[in-house]
Ligand binder design. Structure first.
Ligand code: AMP
Length: 209
């Protein structure tokens, strides 16, 4: 009796082969549209979109201990300390819904967080598949964030805080791209295109793995 040819197993899904990119980061400056795109892409892949900014904001509105701590940093446009953020992500990624994939939005943002994420994924017996980088010019993101501040009243979308967040991004987060580039994981997408076009480009970037 010959063994079945698993390479053509008609019941095999992408999950079975472990080939599809499902452990993902989306990176880019504040206002690049990461959150909007993350939700779309995650839904298409049936994986959770995990936004550290959203988790912090939920804690702020529930006035948890973590929220009280995070708010002071967020309102100043600074990063919440790595130790706090890393612990939060470690427990979130250990949840059952992240077992078969996740799209992290807004994490990691520092080199220390890159190292922490590496260890978290090693502990979970997995690794990153791809890093999606949304590229948008500074003038454009400032305009978008000011508009969002006016519409949604986010307390960190004021001009002064926006400038600080962009500086912090350039100093602390942009260097991460080189790290992931050296691992061959980065796929660049023009984030200044209309929203639907960006989604299409991200989908293509995932396929072109
Ligand atoms: P975001 O919604 O991703 O723009 O995040 C809003 C704010 O939450 C940031 O400006 C930081 O103060 C905080 N924050 C979100 N993610 C992180 C992170 N990975 N490390 C530190 N602070 C973060």
């Amino acid at each position: 009796m010959t063994s079945p040819d698993l390479s053509t197993d008609p019941t095999a899904t992408q999950d079975d082969g472990g080939q599809a990119a499902r452990r993902l980061l989306i990176v880019g400056p504040p206002g690049a549209g990461k959150g909007t795109q993350a939700v779309r892409i995650a839904e298409e892949l049936s994986i959770p979109a995990i936004s550290t900014g959203d988790i912090f904001r939920a804690n702020v509105s529930q006035e948890t201990e973590l929220g009280v701590l995070a708010k002071s940093y967020m309102d100043a446009g600074e990063y919440v300390p790595d130790s706090v953020t890393n612990d939060m992500v470690r427990s979130r990624l250990a949840e059952a819904d992240a077992r078969d994939g996740f799209l992290l939005d807004g994490y990691p943002r520092t080199l220390d967080q890159v190292e922490a994420l590496d260890s978290i994924l090693t502990e979970l017996g997995t690794a990153l598949d791809l890093v999606l980088l949304l590229e948008v010019e500074t003038d454009e993101v400032v305009g978008r964030l000011l508009a969002r501040g006016a519409e949604q009243g986010r307390s960190d979308d004021t001009e002064e805080t926006i400038r600080r967040r962009l500086d912090v991004y350039a100093e602390q987060t942009a260097p991460l791209i080189d790290v992931y580039d050296s691992r061959g994981l980065v796929r660049r997408v023009d984030g200044s295109a209309p929203i639907d076009e960006v989604t299409v480009a991200l989908r293509e970037a995932l396929r072109a793995r």
